[in-house]
Each structure stands twice: as C-alpha cells, then as structure tokens.
Design a protein around this ligand. Structure first.
Ligand code: ZN
Length: 55
C-alpha cells in the first residue's frame, strides 16, 4: 500500500499577503514558494520570501 504524499519541496503558489489578510490574487501578490515554506509561513505576511531559489 502506497500513500501518496505531496513533495514538500514542490513549488507552490504563495500569496505574499494572504487572502485572509486582505491580499489579492494579482500577480504582484503571488510568488513561488516550496510547499514546505508555504505551509510553515501559514497566515503570516512575507514581504519578500526568505525561501531560497525555487526553480
Ligand atoms: Zn523554500
């Protein structure tokens, strides 16, 4: 039995200002972050991502 887990180093779309904090879906509010970094960021605001190079 194989459980499929999401790869935590997969790039994912991250909102610089979370939608729940009034952020928009405008591209200027979007950036790439690893799924792991995205999850660990949670609901906080990242002015510019500390996340290292996402391919
Ligand atoms: Zn990262």
């Amino acid at each position: 039995m194989t459980a499929r887990r999401p790869d935590l180093m997969t790039p994912s779309i991250d909102h610089v200002v979370p939608l729940s904090r009034g952020g928009s879906n405008h591209p200027s509010n979007l950036q790439l972050a690893h799924l792991l970094c995205n999850l660990s960021k949670g609901n906080r605001i990242f002015p510019s991502l500390v996340c290292e190079a996402v391919p």
